[in-house]
Design a protein around this ligand. Sequence first.
Ligand code: SF4
Length: 270
Amino acid sequence: MISLQTAVLFSLPSYHRGDKRTRQKMSFFGFCSAGGFLPITGRLSLTARRLSSKIGAEERRPQAAGRSGITVKRNYQAEMEAEIERLGGRRPALLLHSCCGPCSSAVLERLTAHFRVTVLYYNPNIEPEEEYRHRLAEQERLLSLLPGEIPLLNCAYDHEAFSAFAEAMADCPEGGDRCLACFALRLNETARRAAENGFEYFTTTLSVSPHKNAEAVNRIGEEAGRKAGVRYLMADFKKKDGYLRSLQLSREYGLYRQDYCGCLYSRRTL
Ligand code: SF4
């Protein structure tokens, strides 16, 4: 019988299916998420299994199927553009979950024209703590260099919230169930903070990375928004050369670009 992890692994797009050369190139650039594929050996704890099967079900749900049963791939960039069009020039408040300064650079450039953006750096997945603080400092430095005022909401380093489920998923490959749970942790908290602070929208920088499955990120974000009662802005920030632009801006601002995604499981695959 195929394990849940294996099913998720083979259902993801090709870059998750071990496009190691691409990953190595990205490591060369020293950008966000590098990693390979580990043998799937571990057994998930009951809690972790429940969590992963819930998120995995979301992940496997067809994106949009017509009467013919053919699955139509959603275009999240186009959905974002349509949402912006509906604003009619109004600039609502948006809370942006940022994973790091480099990823946020191009996303902020794209969003600040249409929204009053505040950044939330909620990333308890990053370890060790020293690395977390280094990335946070780079995030703050970038915000101080960008034109206009972009506030940053404070967060504690809540690493226990991540390790509570991640340890049981240590052997999941990057892009697998541990990552889906990691997205959910960060997006649920962003949605909660957005609702608490009266933001009309929230979204995340995560889709700017070629290593992150935009479909999974958006489904999890949409679900988090529905639960918290705040609108999630669909997006695929890597589209329209978003990722390339983030590399360009990172060079321009001299930003530190890490060579692993965030957790130690992603670091050990380097
Ligand atoms: S590799 Fe680690 S830090 Fe990156 S998304 Fe997956 S679980 Fe989170």
